[in-house]
Design a protein around this ligand. Sequence first.
Ligand code: HEM
Ligand code: HEM
Length: 215
Amino acid sequence: MTEPRVVERFKKRTIWFHWIHTTAFLALIVTGAILFFPGLGAPAAGGLTRLIHRIAAALFVAAPVIYAVFNPRMTLHFIKETLTWGIDDFGWAEAAPLYYFGGGEEKMPPQGHVNTGQKMWQVIVLGTGVLFFISGLIMWFFKGTVTTEVFQWCVIVHDVAFILAFLMLLVHIYTGVIHPRMTESLRSMWDGRVSKTYARHHYGKWYDETSAGDK
Ligand code: HEM
Ligand code: HEM
């Protein structure tokens, strides 16, 4: 019999937010790539690509702002979690290569609500998010106001953020959807829950803290 998935990992609103934001992000990647690769310039010339990029950008910014306004504590917790690094993260980095290529779990230090790899993704998401926002805003609204040099810098910053975020997104999708060890990951981003065994094995520290009265 399969074990019931009773441990809440993500709230419904977080799941909605994740997929709405992902939709905007994917639209930005596709339209951004068309603008980025010179060979694809032809479809961009019509202006439709730029229009879709701007609509998606508005959603990409509005979604986290709305989420943060209605969930300030969860948002602050996310930011704090992203920026808090400790000795366990070194332990994870040391043990991770073996673990993700099929080695034993014994050397893995117990992780919090997210593991170090997920935290790295969160750093990329927050960091590139700020870079996209500032450089995108200048390119969008201040094209005629800033010097050509500043504008060129914005394009470079935007492009570096694009490459970083895109490459890390591939890792994020691989670990969330394909990796054989992350068996309950995708489902948890669908209905919010994982089994006790999965929670204990993947996020031991968090599971112990949140399930104190449950043992
Ligand atoms: C805060 C959200 C964002 C805003 C306001 C924004 C805005 C812009 C603007 C105004 C341009 C110039 C388009 C033009 O030539 O008319 C642009 C280009 C571009 N954007 Fe964004 N963008 C945002 C997020 C993103 C994201 C999330 C990605 C990809 C993951 C992305 C990828 C690109 C790329 C690759 C280009 C082409 C740059 C080049 O010409 O080399 N953008 N963006
Ligand atoms: C098709 C694209 C995507 C898929 C399939 C996907 C899948 C997932 C899954 C399965 C999880 C749960 C991980 C777990 O705890 O087991 C997750 C978490 C998360 N996702 Fe995504 N995601 C996608 C795109 C994105 C994008 C574009 C962003 C941000 C711009 C993002 C940000 C996050 C964050 C911050 C978390 C929580 C931390 C973490 O688990 O890494 N995701 N995603």
